[in-house]
Design a protein around this ligand. Structure first.
Ligand SMILES: CC(=O)N[C@H]1[C@@H](OP(=O)(O)OP(=O)(O)OC[C@H]2O[C@@H](n3ccc(=O)[nH]c3=O)[C@H](O)[C@@H]2O)O[C@H](CO)[C@@H](O)[C@@H]1O
Ligand SMILES: C=C(OP(=O)(O)O)C(=O)O
Length: 445
């Protein structure tokens, strides 16, 4: 029998979410900008840092590597000082195994600084195989040697890493960041083709440019990096979390509510906003954020395909699927980024949704998973009334989706494993309370 986590939230559904919440810096940028501080000769200042688990994990890892991390003058500011990296004692690094996906990005900076690196096993959401072959292939191209042992990967750079010509088999976000964080101090020019160009990557490039890096982005997914001999610190305000913002937008739609997301930015959410409008959601953009609401009447079924940027971001998919259970007709969802990101729908079906999974590519575009028997397409038929249920959170976005479903449902749900949500949603319990959600921890009665 699988064990059920004992961190439970009791959700009494049926109340529309209404009010205002604030999103701060992006989970998918902030930890990487923190790693970039390792490349500098002086301290860096990062602002708009959210208090989420992935930030705490990277903070711990950086401290283990000799980086001093302390709060700055303004709330959400971190000052990262890498002056003592060379004398750090990393004996306890095993304790960080399985914590997040970020440790793999320490490779380039540590190789430049120390000539060697040890990377413990990675964590992150269980939504597919999540191999790291691209990362090691590119590091080898820069001149690193890699040895896999039982406890993790040992890397060495006997000489200064050299710029190289790299073509990624797929525009992987992490592998693109790996190249950036390695190429900036490598000798000569690196040309990366088929790069990922997500807004968080552009923001990381802004961070690196502030440190003294020379990075040019072409329009065709090619990034050219001219290596420099040294980098300084940076002062940067992290871009807001477009993934968290979209989650609250989906929650507003699914519960028939009205939520102002302070900090949400149109530019990084254009594809989401187009889809939101097609489904029948309303939004209004101002200089400080975006108001999202359900305008009344039926929602529209849509065809949705996730993709790399500028396509529909995969991390937006799970929360929006809950809103699609309330749309009239058949919606089609084709998940092309992760092979196993639709498993969370079986719990929605237990709540009354009608979602059928398929291994064929049901969107317009055949993807990498079509011939491989992965259930990566869904047909959602709606609208269906949802009923409260006992739910066990499977992954970060799936977890938030279960919260949305429980809030939209009639009756009471018990959502187990809520601690996982803290990995990417700052203070979500307080935000739920601010929006009038009827939720309680069991100990609070
Ligand atoms: C911390 C962080 O920023 N996480 C984000 C990052 O994850 P992450 O950087 O892990 O995602 P990738 O873009 O690398 O993965 C995309 C696809 O490439 C494949 N792949 C990737 C690397 C590799 O070495 N080999 C390989 O085959 C993956 O299995 C996946 O199918 O981008 C994803 C796609 O926007 C987001 O969903 C995650 O929220
Ligand atoms: C998949 C995600 O994150 P990670 O890469 O950190 O597992 C996510 O944020 O939805």
């Amino acid at each position: 029998m699988t064990s059920v986590p004992d961190d439970v939230l009791i959700v009494h559904g049926g109340t529309p979410l209404e009010g205002e919440i604030h999103v701060r810096g992006a989970k998918n940028l902030v930890p990487k900008a923190m790693v970039a501080a390792l490349l500098g000769s002086g301290p860096s200042r990062l602002r708009n840092v959210p208090d989420i688990r992935d930030v705490r994990v990277v903070r711990g890892l950086l401290q283990l590597h000799g980086v001093t991390v302390r709060p700055g003058v303004e709330p959400g500011e971190l000052v990262l000082d890498p002056s003592h990296v060379e004398s750090a004692n990393v004996a306890d690094i095993d304790a960080h195994a399985g914590s997040s996906r970020i440790p793999i990005l320490f490779c380039g900076p540590l190789l430049h600084r120390l000539g060697h690196a040890f990377i413990p096993g990675l964590g992150g959401c269980d939504i597919g195989g999540r191999p790291i072959d691209f990362h090691f292939d590119v590091l080898r191209q820069f001149g690193a040697t890699i040895e896999k042992r039982d406890d993790g990967q040992y890397l060495e750079a006997p000489q200064r890493l050299r710029g190289t010509k790299i073509a990624l088999p797929y525009p992987s976000v992490g592998a693109t960041e790996q190249v950036l964080l390695t190429a900036v101090l490598a000798e000569g020019v690196t040309e990366l083709s088929n790069a990922a160009v997500e807004p968080e990557i552009e923001d990381l490039i802004c961070v690196l440019q502030k440190m003294g890096a020379i990075i040019a982005m072409d329009t065709d997914r090619t990034i050219r990096i001219t290596g420099v001999d040294s980098l300084g610190g940076y002062n940067h305000k992290a871009l807001p979390d477009r993934l968290e913002a979209a989650s609250w937008a989906s929650a507003a739609l699914a519960t028939g509510g009205d939520v102002y997301v302070r900090g949400a930015q149109q530019r990084s959410m254009m594809t989401f906003l187009n889809t939101y409008r097609k489904v029948g959601g309303a939004f209004e953009i101002d200089d400080e954020g975006i108001r999202f609401w359900h305008p009344g009447g039926p929602l529209n079924a849509i065809a949705l395909e996730t993709d790399v940027h500028p396509g529909f971001q995969t991390d937006w998919q799970q929360p929006l699927v809950v809103a699609l259970t309330q749309a009239a007709g058949l919606s089609i969802v084709h998940e092309t980024v992760y092979e196993s990101r639709l498993g969370f729908t079986s719990a929605l079906n237990q709540m009354g949704a009608h979602i059928q999974l398929y291994s064929e590519c049901l969107g317009g575009t055949p993807c990498r998973f079509g011939q491989r028997n992965f259930l990566h397409s869904a047909v959602v038929s709606g609208p269906t009334k949802l009923q409260g249920a006992d739910l066990v959170i499977p992954d970060l976005r799936g977890g938030f989706s279960y919260l949305i479903a429980a809030l939209a449902a009639q009756g009471t749900s018990r959502v187990h494993g809520i601690e996982l949500i803290n990995r990417g949603y700052e203070n979500f319990m307080a935000k739920l309370a601010d929006l009038g959600a009827n939720v309680a921890l069991p100990s609070a009665g």
